[in-house]
Design a protein. Structure first.
Length: 115
């Protein structure tokens, strides 16, 4: 497993606007269902039915989460007949989701064993 090194740090000193937007984006990613949806989309496009099956949440909840992600610009949509197909428009988000899950893997694998 690979965790990013300190060399991958942001190249300049972020201002208040960057911190505010980054916090807003991380808050959106802080929801388990939304993170599951984004992870599912790292594998390619999917419609609401497919995403509902993957994350195991109720379809109305999945639709609401996707709407929030769309309004924030984190997912893109296109129509395919009556279906709406979702995708990740940005490789940065793909890497953030992967790093969050890598960090979780790292933390879980380094837990002390309980007797």
């Amino acid at each position: 497993m690979h965790l990013s090194s300190a060399n991958d740090a942001h190249p300049r000193n972020p201002g208040e606007e960057q911190f505010a937007l980054a916090a807003e984006l991380l808050a959106l990613l802080g929801d388990r269902t939304r993170l599951t949806l984004l992870h599912a989309l790292t594998g390619g496009e999917a419609d609401v039915s497919t995403l509902t099956e993957i994350c195991g949440a109720a379809r109305p909840a999945v639709s609401q989460h996707l709407a929030r992600l769309r309004l924030a610009g984190l997912v893109a949509t296109r129509k395919e007949g009556r279906r709406v197909v979702y995708s990740l428009p940005d490789g940065h988000l793909r890497r953030v989701v992967a790093e969050a899950l890598n960090l979780a893997d790292h933390r879980l694998s380094n837990r002390p064993a309980h007797d």
